[in-house]
Design a protein around this ligand. Sequence first.
Ligand SMILES: [Zn+2]
Length: 86
Amino acid sequence: MAFLDLFRPKKTKIVHTPKEVTLLSTITCPHCGHKKQETMPEDACQFFYECESCHEVIKPLEGDCCVYCSYGSEKCPPIQKDESCC
Ligand SMILES: [Zn+2]
C-alpha cells in the first residue's frame, strides 16, 4: 500500500505563530507621574518622549531601547516580537 502512504498527512510542524503585538502603551512620566496612552510605531523605537504635562523630555533607562520599554505599560513592538531593535 505504498501508494496510500503518499497521502498520509505529514506531521504538522509547530509553526511559530507571530505574537499579537500591542501598539498601545501607556507612558507614565517619571517626573510628574502623568499618564498618557500612546500608539507606538510598529517597527521603530522612540528614544525621546516629551511629557505633555511637565514638558520634560523622557529618555529610556540604561539598557532599554526606547521610552516605552522603560516607562510604558507595554514594551515596544520589536521587543514584543522578540526581534532585536535599534
Ligand atoms: Zn511629566
